[in-house]
Write a protein that binds this ligand. Sequence first.
Ligand SMILES: Nc1ncnc2c1ncn2[C@@H]1O[C@H](COP(=O)(O)OP(=O)(O)O)[C@@H](O)[C@H]1O
Ligand SMILES: [Mg+2]
Length: 252
Amino acid sequence: MTNKAFISVENVSRVFTGENTVTAIQDVSFTMNKGEFLCIVGQSGCGKSTLLRIMAGIDPSHEGVVSINGEVVKKPDKTRGVVFQEARLLDWMNVCSNVGFPLQGMEKDAKKKLVEEYVTLVGLTDFKKSYPRELSGGMAQRVSIARALVNKPEVLFMDEPFGALDYMTKINMQNELLRIREKSRMTVIFVTHDIDEAVYLSDRILVMSKNPGRIKEIIDNPMPRPRDRNSEAFLNVRKQVYDCFFINNVMD
Ligand SMILES: Nc1ncnc2c1ncn2[C@@H]1O[C@H](COP(=O)(O)OP(=O)(O)O)[C@@H](O)[C@H]1O
Ligand SMILES: [Mg+2]
């Protein structure tokens, strides 16, 4: 392959067959650089999760090719972490056991050290022995982020990870994510339907249209960080995304 991009998505389509045949995404192509933070936005049902799942290797039944670091993505891999909207923790395991779950087979002391490092990174040192039922939504989501990070993935996939959180918790989590990402230089693919969230977090914003899910536009977002959500520059990018959403009638 001549393409030198870190991630390349080439002519990816996904059709769900059943009682109704749904073309969830059609002919999606784009590339990403290493370390880039891409947000995918679009209204409900436009294929955001489908695209993320294909890129993460969770949905192999698609057309087209996704490659990461020169290798075709065909199944989940330790080098890719995934966080969903719900924390999906194991109820019967405490915070440390949940975070350490992907490290099965690792030597005990090394595992303990790594788990502690990531539990601390997401600010849950005081809740190491707590069970999921004892955690708030934001705390549970931190556990799932630590679990996704513990294998030190090169690429982190997040599907509306803060969608169920209250406003202040969401803002805190966004800042924590940027801090963690700054340290690790991970490449991040982050699905959201919250335009402000996309403008705050991303280096680029991929706007999708619906029926079938396609790329409507990819908007550059080179604003310096840390970003001020009330600055003129911020509002300008936000307006660009809104215009792309509504003026060109994405509500089709
Ligand atoms: N497993 C599935 N079986 C059938 N249809 C599906 C399945 N997953 C998604 N779809 C359909 O594909 C389209 C895109 O869904 P999805 O990727 O979940 O959208 P989004 O994440 O943007 O809300 C929707 O019409 C949805 O109903
Ligand atoms: Mg979705």
